[in-house]
Write a protein that binds this ligand. Sequence first.
Ligand code: NDP
Length: 457
Amino acid sequence: MSEAFDLIVIGAGSGGVRAARVAATYGARVAIIEEYRVGGTCVIRGCVPKKLFVYASRFSDMFEIAGSFGWTVDARFDWPTLVANKDKEIARLEAAYVAALEKRGVGVIRDRAILTGSNSVELVKSGRVLEAKTILLATGGHPYIPDIPGKELGITSNEAFHLEKLPHSILIEGGGYVAVEFATVFAGLGVDTTIVYRGDCVLRGFDADLRQGVSVGLQERGIRLIYETNVRRLRKSGDDIVVSFSDEVDAPFGAVMFATGRNANVSGYGLDVAGVALTPGGHIAVDEYSRTSNPAIYAVGDVTGRSQLTPVAIREGAAFAETAFNNNPVAVDHSMIGTAVFSEPEVASIGLTEAEATTHGDIDVYLTRFRPMINTLSTKSERMMLKLVTLANGGMVLGCHILGPSAAEMIQLVAIPIGMGATKADFDRAMAMHPTAGEELVTFKTPTYRYRGGVKV
Ligand code: NDP
């Protein structure tokens, strides 16, 4: 005997939860099925606990400069306290997510769903069969681990949130968001931290000056960066893990973490049975309305590989509900997405990098580097950077890139004028607020340098 719904959502992460809630407000009878915890990667083992850990790690910076402001601090750190308080907050958020779903009449089912056709799923634990006119796949992703000997000795970000104790040292492989953020966290909490990355500078895809700046900033915090090198093999030696690197060097570490990207959760959901096609990269292929190759089945969030960012998944979930349940087709614009890396120094960006912009005609670059005011009383020499990339002669702002304190908060706000097509002249009209770092963005007088015909002048 099957149970009938208007919408079945598989996966209660950011995208799935938003879609379920919005569809329910349009009167749809909705079931959401989750095999782990409600909230998904972002809430349970991603953005939220990560940011809490980042806050914890930043105290060490504050303690370092506190003396210059007259304070004497006797600071000690207790990892189990942080983990327990983080777990309490995550449990509170999960309960709030469930309550918000149930308030709108969404049925929350703790099970694993497998597609048995275009309009039906079977639940693995209970054996229940559910049917719906529409099915949404929001199954997210999982950390990818390179297939090397001893890989089972390493951890990923999933486990990093639940370590019983901090290791004395850690090697993190990868040069992306997770690698840089967790290196910041571990180093800030006193762990001897090394990043090994196969490329020549962390954060590939970001503006070159940001990449360079964060690379220097990480090293100033004592993080060792090993570039153009891979991990070949791991083996246990006492309490340590001995890492064999591709340059034939072996070295012991207290822990090894893989931050080598994420793969979409597409296996074991019956996608082939339901005729849901994948992209060559292994994500679920969707059109601009998040419809898969099966017109009754949609997909949003990380599993579609369009952008692995929580707010994008949320936007895609809401747009799906508008399209499928409010007769109002909405396509999400993925073209101008701001993004931040909560490392130390913090990195945030929107729009074109300088290198990308040079292919868009004549451009001007406004760049400033200075010591943030909070460091001026201390011996800390770290500098922050703000960069505006515009079309030539006061034209449209194409990109903004910031390194340093509150970079993410600043980029969130400049995302509004830049998304509206603001020009350099529009920025200039804004009155500066003093003393702030952000005032630099509205007080640039002349370009720091220009590109004419693709050539730097
Ligand atoms: P990223 O894609 O950002 O980085 C993966 C890194 O691993 C890259 O440096 C990549 O190198 C490297 N890599 C991939 N495969 C291998 C391999 N086989 N051997 C060695 N190195 C390898 O993934 P993350 O896991 O860091 O993050 C996943 C996504 O989650 C991000 O892209 C982001 O969208 C999101 N995220 C967002 C955050 C935020 O908004 N603050 C925080 C954390 C995650 P290469 O550069 O050469 O490809």
